[in-house]
Design a protein around this ligand. Structure first.
Ligand SMILES: [Ca+2]
Ligand SMILES: [Ca+2]
Length: 248
């Protein structure tokens, strides 16, 4: 109502919103990256990606030509970190709560990194979900796929919202055996039932929507323990690091 009594401010707001929308459309049309994101890459990464014996991925995540280290000792996305390569060694690991941006203060924040669209640059799937509300599943505050290269604040080339329900874990898996990474999602379905779901990697959209699950990958689980996710199989999608990386 207050807005109605200030028509000038209202008009200003409208104009600003329209200007922002125009900017977003223009950015989309030009294929430029999001504000705060690394510049749009001109080709494939100059640093080869690989997986260490401890399961970490070494890859150029932010496109600066230096290898970065992706780690998730939880295997459910809750302890995902990216340590960005610095002049010497790696910087302080950046946790998933920082990578998600808005939503970092939610009860549960989980994320996974893999090249879901197969363009050579690792992408970030990240979900922030509030506290369980009882019988009914809640919607995540944030559920998005950020196309790489992406920055230490989780800004990438473009962002697409994912149609996920109350998500409590994510990992990388290969559901359809095409040796391309898919996203495994552990979520609450309501009435005490949990589920593991697949979002298949896709060249066009990065990850498919739930409606594309005609193969019936969804499995119902009567436990709230996200270790029911398929094991994080990153070694399937990246070659093993050699001794030259100091990680073999
Ligand atoms: Ca880097
Ligand atoms: Ca990618």
């Amino acid at each position: 109502m207050r807005i109605m009594s200030h028509p000038t401010r209202h008009a200003q707001l409208l104009r600003r919103t329209a200007a922002l929308a125009t900017t977003a459309v223009l950015l989309g049309a030009c294929g430029e990256s999001e504000a705060g994101a690394p510049p749009s890459p001109s080709g494939k990464p100059s640093v080869p990606s690989c997986v260490t014996s401890s399961g970490d991925v070494l890859a150029d995540i932010d496109g600066d030509g230096r290898a970065d280290r992706v780690s998730d000792p939880s295997h459910t996305g809750a302890r995902l970190t990216v340590a960005f390569g610095a002049k010497t060694g790696y910087g302080k690991p950046v946790g998933v709560r920082k990578l998600v941006g808005d939503g970092g203060g939610e009860k549960g924040v989980v994320g996974a990194v893999a090249d879901f669209d197969g363009d050579g640059w690792s992408d970030l799937a990240v979900v922030a979900t509030g506290e369980t509300q009882g019988d009914d599943a809640i919607k995540p505050a944030v559920a998005k796929l950020v196309s790489g290269p992406f920055s230490s604040s989780g800004r990438g080339q473009h962002t697409r919202n994912l149609d996920l329900v109350e998500t409590r874990g994510v990992s990388v898996a290969d559901y359809n055996h095409d040796s391309r990474p898919d996203l495994a999602v552990f979520s609450y379905n309501g009435d005490g039932v949990y589920q593991t779901e697949a979002r298949l990697g896709s060249k066009d959209t990065g990850l498919t929507d739930a409606s594309a699950d005609s193969a019936g990958y969804t499995k119902y689980v009567y436990s709230n323990n996200p270790v029911k996710l398929p094991p994080s199989g990153l070694s399937k999608f990246y070659p093993k690091c050699g001794k030259a990386d100091g990680s073999g």
